[in-house]
Design a protein around this ligand. Structure first.
Ligand SMILES: [Zn+2]
Ligand SMILES: [Zn+2]
Length: 122
């Protein structure tokens, strides 16, 4: 099991997670992933494109929303296009980007330079 912690203050950003393979892009765009979580709760996957640590939106327990509404643009939820929109609850560093709008796959992408993958005790 793995806990993702803030690289700045070592505060946990998640509970215990286990790694799963990053879901492949669908061969044909069907839209069926729009508005639904990309990953199950309790799991994470490393994006092959960005190296970001991708989570279920409800698993980023140690984060708080960015105070700037400009970072949280979107119609039903933040679309994640305006830069990091989640801050470390401990130190306020920009650590992750939430995208939970209706037309995107729902996920939280933790910046690889802002977080540390730690091994849990179990
Ligand atoms: Zn929407
Ligand atoms: Zn922190």
């Amino acid at each position: 099991m793995t806990v993702i912690t803030c690289a700045h203050c070592q505060q946990p950003l998640t509970g215990e997670l286990h790694e799963v393979p990053f879901p492949p892009d669908p061969a044909v765009f069907t839209g069926e992933r729009m508005g639904v979580p990309l990953l199950d709760r309790g799991t994470y996957a490393i994006s092959p494109a960005t190296r970001a640590i991708v989570l279920h939106p409800d698993d980023a327990l140690g984060t708080v929303p960015h105070a700037s509404l400009g970072r949280r643009g979107g119609c039903c939820g933040p679309d994640g296009l305006d830069g990091p929109n989640l801050l470390c609850r401990g130190c306020g560093a920009e650590v992750a980007t939430e995208q939970t709008d209706c037309w995107v796959e729902h996920l939280v992408a933790v910046s690889p330079e802002a977080a540390v993958l730690g091994t849990g005790e179990h």
